[in-house]
Design a protein around this ligand. Structure first.
Ligand SMILES: Cc1ncc(C[n+]2csc(CCOP(=O)(O)OP(=O)(O)O)c2C)c(N)n1
Ligand SMILES: [Mg+2]
Length: 371
């Protein structure tokens, strides 16, 4: 039987052996969780008021992303995250402005608006593989990154994060199998939030747990309480250490609950029992960690209030700035594919920009598209 590691109970009391973490890192973890919740809240409001097109609720799953991110070393490691991992970016110090630029798909967005909102890509402060919409395709990519690092003699580890639905993808099986055979320095993190859009876990797998699936590939699988950031951190840190020492991959299943919809295009009230949400609200990961930090004297009630206010203002300000930035010029849909653009693409680009300008569709000389 799979057992679930818990270090903090839902009231934030220590019930297991807490990993040694400095006060600075504990505070950094807490800040990243608060930032995630505030960013999520602002993005939901921006989408509901028609300012951005789309977002992915991260409510309730913050401890998984932040706890795992805190176990990685940005000097050496890679992240291959899912779209429900805002906390990984915040923990590693990605700026709120850079995140908001992607939400708006403006000219400063790293993907220049060619990805959907939430599909972040960053080169720094940590190497972050561009998020892919197809479920599970990034899992073998992560194994490939890990293998490449090993072949180059680098000490890095790659962490792939995916959902419970992702474990039914071909990418999950081929990635896990390859990593098992070759002992790739990779960590598989499954955010088991009970749903794949409206498909419940009971329809996703007949296995007793996700963690147990590791066994079939010769990979250790562990299950942690995903609303307990210390439990997530503790197991992912062990998995990272193992991978770095050349002992191969680990599958970490973090059991949590998606407290919002799948995306802003979803209406979970059609299929989620409110009683289930009420039950999980009692296990809220942010409140749990806050209670622990207050009881340990790492935080004061005044710090909590000041940080909540600071984050809400930071998110609103970043949204104002991102909204004021220009859209990417139309011509950029032709860039960033070839190092040297082939002549036929140059001709198509020139035709495209001139065509829209000639139709008087408010395209400026930069070719900015009238969305
Ligand atoms: C290959 C593929 N099939 C279907 C979809 C449609 N789709 C988008 S998200 C999603 C659910 C994924 O669930 P899970 O892996 O549990 O992640 P979660 O959204 O819960 O974080 C599905 C089916 C897709 N993007 N890619
Ligand atoms: Mg899921």
């Amino acid at each position: 039987m799979t057992s679930t590691l818990q270090i903090l109970d839902p009231a934030g009391r220590k019930v297991g052996k807490a990993p040694r973490i400095s006060k600075d890192v504990l505070l950094r973890m807490y800040r990243a969780m608060v930032a995630t919740r505030a960013f999520d809240d602002r993005c939901m409001k921006l989408q509901r008021t028609g300012r951005i097109g789309f977002s992915i609720p991260n409510l309730g799953v913050e401890a998984v992303s932040v706890g795992a991110a805190a176990a990685l070393d940005p000097e050496t490691d890679w992240l291959a995250p899912s779209y429900r991992d805002f906390g990984m970016a915040f923990y590693h110090g990605v700026s709120v402005e850079a995140m908001m630029d992607t939400q708006y798909g403006n000219a400063e967005d790293n993907a220049r608006g060619r990805q959907m909102p939430v599909h972040f890509t960053f080169r720094e402060p940590i190497r972050w593989l561009s998020i892919s919409s197809p479920i599970g395709t990034h899992i073998p990519h992560a194994v490939g990154i890990a293998m490449a690092m090993r072949m180059r003699g680098e000490k890095g580890v790659c962490l792939a994060s995916f959902g419970d639905g992702g474990t039914s993808s071909c990418g999950f099986h081929s990635g896990m199998n390859f990593a098992g055979v070759y002992k790739a320095p990779v960590v598989f993190l499954c955010q088991n939030n009970q749903w794949a859009i409206s498909c419940p876990l009971s329809r996703q797998t007949a296995s007793e747990s996700i963690a147990v699936k590791g066994e079939a590939y010769g990979i250790p699988g562990v299950q942690v309480d995903g609303n307990d950031i210390l439990a997530v951190y503790s197991e992912v840190r062990k998995a990272v250490k193992r991978a770095r020492e050349g002992k191969g991959a680990t599958l970490v299943e973090a059991v949590t609950m998606r407290m919002g919809g799948h995306s802003t295009s979803d209406d979970p009230s059609k299929y989620v029992d409110p009683a289930l949400l009420a039950e999980w609200e009692q296990k809220d990961p942010l409140r749990r960690f806050r209670e622990y930090l207050l009881s340990e004297g790492v935080l004061t009630p005044e710090d909590v209030e000041a940080m909540d206010q600071e984050m809400a203002e930071t998110m609103a300000e970043a949204a104002r700035k991102a909204e004021a930035r220009p859209r990417p010029p139309l011509s950029t849909i032709f860039t960033d594919v070839y190092a040297v653009m082939p002549p036929h693409l140059e001709r198509q680009r020139d035709w495209c920009v001139q065509h829209y300008a000639s139709r008087d569709e408010a395209v400026n000389e930069e070719g900015e598209f009238p969305l």
